[in-house]
Design a protein around this ligand. Structure first.
Ligand code: RB5
Length: 140
């Protein structure tokens, strides 16, 4: 499974932690590559291009709160980015929303929880339920 991962300076450390903890994943790291200040919309744009061109199965985005970078990602057609804040949300957003980007807030979540939520997200399939397919289609 190929996962594209991106973070601003606020999420840089958590990005490195995830790559190190989950070495079984085939990561494509699109930056940022230091704690020097950078702009989360540009990171989101870069990650979205990778997902929408089919170069990765899922994306992971991280900023300080997870909010700015999810707002930026969700402006793009084809992207369903969800901030994961418990295991139920991590599974439901896959089952119901077919979310394709997991978002985390490095300053608001523990690393251990992030690891657990990511695992649920990556192992839960979309339900393919008729009402869920319809609602996703209605997103445009
Ligand atoms: C950067 O300081 C911070 O604003 C950013 O990481 C994010 O939390 C924005 O939503």
């Amino acid at each position: 499974m190929k996962i594209v991962i991106g973070a601003d300076h606020g999420g840089f450390e958590l990005k490195e932690f995830l790559k190190n903890e989950r070495q079984d994943i085939d990561w494509l790291d699109i930056g940022t590559f230091s704690e020097e200040s950078c702009d989360y919309p540009l990171i989101a744009d870069k990650l979205v291009d990778v997902i929408n061109s089919g170069q990765a199965d899922f994306g992971v985005l991280i900023c300080g709160t997870g909010i700015g970078i999810s707002i930026a990602a969700n402006r793009h057609k084809g992207i369903r980015a969800a901030i994961l804040y418990n295991k139920d949300v991590a599974s439901l957003t896959r089952e119901h929303n077919d979310a394709n980007v997991a978002v985390f807030g490095a300053r608001t979540q523990s690393k251990e929880n992030v690891l657990a939520y990511l695992d649920v997200f990556l192992t839960t399939p979309f339900s393919n339920g008729e009402r869920h397919c319809r609602r996703i289609a209605e997103l445009g």
